[in-house]
Ligand binder design. Structure first.
Ligand SMILES: [Mn+2]
Length: 367
């Protein structure tokens, strides 16, 4: 539950309410937004919330509005902030209107390969360079990545074309080397979405985190993973839908596009879509990218390779340089012509309470 303080509530009264709530045994998070025309302060109850705390918050004359969050996430809930979070990486921003495209090879393979990729990615109009150095591979004998040397090569390639770089971190003990090598954004891969030790280790680095959806991650699990990052000090979280595992085997994964507008209702965090890992084949990445932008994604994560047949990982889904350029151009075009997606403001207590009430009028299953 989140309460929005009345803007005229005196500081002393706000502090007193927080103390009273804490005395009821609940954990309280205060979120402040200052600057511009809106000074806004919310008080959020986290963890298991007693009826006593709930009614204390509801009855307070200093709380202008109450929001019931639809899951166990608070800091990442839509109502926690007045506007969507914009995450800046390098010179561009995710969630600011223009599609943000992170592109590059699946893996950093050699100095020449990543430098060539960097030039292609900047020429295509993308905003960041990706490349895996530590690779989570299903098969133990498949290429595992160049490790720290790969990070160094990736950063050097990004610098040579003026692009920030994004790379996946798989091990909590690597956090320092990612910071030391100047990686601009850490990616938590699908297989590690619920690796809570890793989430807690990357949050304090101060770097933005691209949090991919787990292979079988539900929206609630995904947002709870984002909340772990937020609770441990990382406010710059970017969600990335990359396809989930369903009964369907025709494609690598099943791209869940409807989750994008859903997330825009549930959270203030920006959302990217990675069609490459979702569809797993080059010819469908472009059409899936169009869909992603159309449903309101803030950008794309795209794999490319100058010679996909030589790629050491994920070659079949790697776009050719010209296809990448077309994909970026189409994303920009679509974002310009489509009206801004209308996302209703977070609902207040009455609306959400009615919806989340247990059904008592429907059929009851005898058990
Ligand atoms: Mn890949």
């Amino acid at each position: 539950m989140i309460g929005l303080f009345d803007r005229y509530a005196p500081l002393g009264a706000r502090e007193a309410l927080v103390r009273e709530l804490e005395n009821c045994g609940v954990d309280v998070v205060v979120g402040r937004e200052c600057g511009g025309t809106s000074d806004r302060e919310v008080v959020a109850l986290v963890g298991s919330v007693s009826d006593e705390a709930r009614s204390l918050l509801a009855r307070s004359p200093h709380v202008a509005r109450l929001y019931r969050v639809s899951g166990p996430w608070v800091r990442t809930a839509r109502a926690f902030r007045s506007t969507r979070t914009v995450v800046r990486i390098g010179d561009a921003s995710i969630g600011a209107g223009e599609p943000f495209v992170i592109a590059g090879p699946c893996s950093v393979e050699s100095p020449g390969q990543i430098e060539e990729c960097a030039r292609i990615v900047v020429d295509a109009g993308a905003q960041a360079l990706r490349g895996g150095a530590h690779k989570p591979r299903t098969h133990p004998y498949a290429f595992q990545g160049l490790g720290r040397e790969g990070l160094r090569l990736l950063k050097r390639a990004g610098d040579s074309v003026g692009l920030p770089v994004v790379s996946e971190i798989m091990d909590a003990s690597h956090a320092r080397s990612f910071v030391h090598e100047g990686i601009d954004c850490l990616q938590i891969g699908a297989r590690n979405m619920q690796n809570f030790t890793l989430l807690k280790a990357v949050a304090p680095t101060g770097l933005p985190v691209l949090l991919k959806r787990g292979i079988s991650g539900t929206v609630e699990e995904w947002l709870c993973a984002a909340e772990y990052l937020a609770a441990h000090g990382c406010e710059r979280v970017i969600l990335c839908e990359r396809g989930i595992r369903t009964y369907e085997t025709a494609l690598r994964n099943t791209l869940d596009l409807a989750v994008v507008p859903l997330l825009r209702r549930l959270t203030h965090l920006p959302v990217l879509v990675d069609p490459s890992h979702a569809v797993g084949r080059r010819d469908l990445v472009g059409p899936a990218s169009r869909g992603a932008i159309a449903v309101g994604a803030d950008g794309l994560v795209l794999e490319m390779h100058p010679r996909p047949e030589e790629a050491r990982s994920d070659g079949p889904q790697a776009l050719l340089p010209s296809e990448l350029a077309a994909c970026v151009a189409e994303a920009n075009l679509l974002a310009r012509v489509l009206p801004e997606l209308e996302v209703p403001a977070p609902e207040g207590e009455a609306g959400l309470a009615a919806r989340s009430m247990p059904r008592t009028d429907g059929p009851v299953l005898a058990g």
